[in-house]
Each structure stands twice: as C-alpha cells, then as structure tokens.
Ligand binder design. Structure first.
Ligand SMILES: [Mg+2]
Length: 396
C-alpha cells in the first residue's frame, strides 16, 4: 500500500491577489471572470463567511456580500505561483501529478528514508510553501487518492458561527481510521456521485456513506446499472486508485515507416520492426521513461490496417525484453499479404526514476549488470552520433 499525499492551496486565486496587494488582507475578496455577469473563480474565507462560493454567479456573490472586493482573474500571476508550488513538490519526490494549478497528488512511498514519516513530509510541504510564497495549503495523506483528497478537504480552515477557524493543515488518515472517517461523509462528497445520484439515494433514505455501505451490491447495480453500481459500491468502502500519474505531456511514443517496396513475409518484416522498436525504445529511455505497453501497427498491400499490442504488469526494463515481446506479437501475425507500412508504439509510461528506487537498490553494484551497461553505452553513442550509428545485432 502506497502513501498518497494530496495538497490543495487554500483559496488560491484570492490568496495570490492578497499577496500582490496586501491592502486586501482581511477583506472579502472575490476573484471573478467577466465582471458582474461572470462567475466566481475563487473567494477569500472572509467572503465565504457570507456564503460566497466558487462557480457562483458574480452578481449573486455581490448580493450575498455587498462589501466584497471584486478582482479580475490574472491567470499569468497564478501560473507563476504554480511554478513555485511545483518547485516545492519536486523537492519531495519525482512522483507528482498536478490536477489543477493549486492541487496535486504525490506518491511519497519512497520519500521516507530521505525526508521522514508521512506527517513530517506533509508539514515540510506546508511550511516550505508558506515560507517561499506566502500561500497556505491543506494536505491529506492516506493509502489512496480518494481518501487523501477527502482528508485534505477535511483539513481546510472552517467557518464556525461566522468565524474563520484555522485547523491543522495536515491530516493523516491511517488505514484503520479510513472506515470511520469515510462513513461520516455525505454521499455527495464522493467523487463521481453527482446531483442525480444523490437524489436517487436520498429517495431510499441514503444520506451518508455509512448508509450507503448498508446497501448490497445487487441493490446498487439494480438502481444504477452494473458499472456505476460497482463503482459506488467500491467508493463506499474507500477503495480507490493509488496510482499517481506522472506529469508528462507524452502518453505514447511511436514511429512508423512506409516502405519503398512492400515487404513479403516474416523474414523481411521482422528486421524492420526491430529497427523501429529500437529507435522508439531509446527515444523513451532518453526521456527517462519506461513503458509497460507496446503496440504494433501493420498496413497491408490492400490498405487493411491491424494493430496488436501487449501490456505487462511491470515495465520493459531493457531493449532485449521489449524485443522479445515484439517478436511474440509478430509471430502471431497472419502475413498472407505483403506489408506497405509498419509502426511501433510505446505507451503506459512510468518514470525510470521509479525503477531506480524500486527495482534496484541505490548502491548495489550487482544490480547494475552487463545489459544495463550495454544500454547505457548504446544510448551514449546514439546521443553523440545519431540514431543509426549503432544498432543491436540482428539474427537473420
Ligand atoms: Mg484550492
């Protein structure tokens, strides 16, 4: 079970406006787009006392809080603070998934030996962010994203009887505490449970997650259909993903080649596919990425296109491993026609850094074997003299 940390900056846009213009401090600040006809993007806690909320029309916010200071959105300012926010997170771990300018998930499972336990890491992020930017955040830590996000929300400052109450900004939910924590939430707090679902559940007297948990799976699937029924059933039990998707623009990396003369049979096709596989593998490696999936695309002389792919539980840790899998796919192709084009694509990337921490212990020489050496040297030569300067030997 991993340790997932969710961090969310408190009233981000409004807080940046206050930092940029300290005379706004303590006032009800509302950041909204498009003047009075626009929508509230962010509101300071002083404005929230009056019921002002994000996504509310600005005119309604001004009705609720006539003293509110309305400030236009300055997205460039928020982006520049976002960069500083990322700099704080990058010091903790490379496993960061940003979900908004002010919100991110971190997988801190591997950060403990360097930085300490979960709470220490949470406090470091909160302290560093405050010291370096002046922004306050809330942090939730749990064994999956669902619980971590609910925890960071629970750690937000509260408005009690019109007074803003700061709380401890870091909330850790241990696996033992997860059930009681989750059960007292209203069903609407669960992600993916929208207004209609909340209504349907209210009709049968289900208001909290504890109520929801009493319903058998069959009742849920009868009410919502199989997919959503299963989804709701799992949510009520606090089951959720703990996979932190790395911030990377690329989802796949591939290369295709159209041949001058159509290729006939496995003997002609196989070496060409090897070359493509090698090129994309090293391109990914250069970017520090390992992949779990490889797919092969073949276009026949009659323009029929087929793709075949394979996904593994663990990444391909070497080119030879990838090549073996590619050959397994190729061997199953029905090559009754000649081939005009083929392509190799890698996807389902994980950072090579993850491999570095989990597959090899940092200072164990014996794990750095000859194959690794060969790949490093190959990468070096390709880097300096071009992709085609060196190739793996081909069996013909
Ligand atoms: Mg926020």
């Amino acid at each position: 079970m991993g340790d997932i940390l969710h961090v969310d900056i408190n009233s981000f846009f409004a807080s940046v406006e206050i930092l940029d213009n300290p005379s706004l401090r303590g006032l009800p600040v509302v950041v909204g787009g498009g003047g009075k006809r626009g929508v509230v993007c962010s509101a300071s806690y002083e404005a929230r006392i009056y019921g002002v909320r994000a996504a509310m029309p600005v005119f309604k916010a001004l009705q609720a809080c006539p003293k509110a200071v309305l400030v236009p959105v300055k997205i460039d300012r928020y982006r520049s603070y976002h960069k500083q926010f990322l700099a704080v997170l990058d010091r903790i771990t490379p496993f960061v998934e940003t979900v908004a300018l002010d919100e991110a998930y971190l997988d801190i499972s591997h950060a403990h030996s360097l930085l300490g336990d979960n709470l220490t890491i949470g406090r470091k992020i909160s302290d560093d962010l405050l010291a370096e930017t002046g922004l306050k955040c809330s942090i939730g830590i749990a064994h999956n994203k669902l619980l971590a996000k609910l925890a960071s929300k629970a750690a937000k400052p509260k408005i009690v009887n019109g007074i803003i109450r700061d709380t401890d900004p870091v909330l850790l939910i241990s696996p033992e505490a997860a059930d009681p924590f989750l059960e007292r939430h209203p069903v609407a707090a669960l992600p993916g449970i929208g207004g209609k679902t909340v209504e349907k559940l209210a009709q049968i007297g289900i208001k909290t997650v504890a109520d929801l948990k009493m319903l058998p799976l069959s009742t849920l699937t009868a009410k919502f259909g199989r997919a959503q029924g299963n989804w709701v059933f799992d949510l009520a039990r606090g089951m959720g993903s703990s996979e932190v998707t790395l911030n990377q623009p690329r989802k796949s990396l591939g290369k295709e080649e159209t041949f001058a003369v159509d290729l006939v049979g496995l003997d002609e096709l196989s070496p060409e596919i090897d070359i493509l596989a090698e090129e994309v593998y090293f391109a990914a490696k250069r970017a520090g990425l390992l992949c779990r999936s490889v797919s092969l695309k073949v276009k026949f002389s009659n323009f029929e296109v087929i793709t075949r792919s394979k996904t593994k539980e663990t990444p391909f840790f070497s080119f030879l491993e990838l090549k073996e899998t590619v050959h397994e796919i190729v061997a199953k192709l029905d090559l009754k026609l000649s081939v005009r084009l083929c392509g190799v694509q890698l996807s389902n990337f994980v950072s090579a850094a993850r491999d570095f921490y989990t597959q090899k212990s940092l200072f164990e020489e014996k794990n750095f074997n000859d194959k690794d050496m060969l790949e490093e040297v190959t990468l070096d030569v390709k880097e300096r003299f071009g992709n085609k300067s060196i190739r793996y030997g081909m069996k013909r």
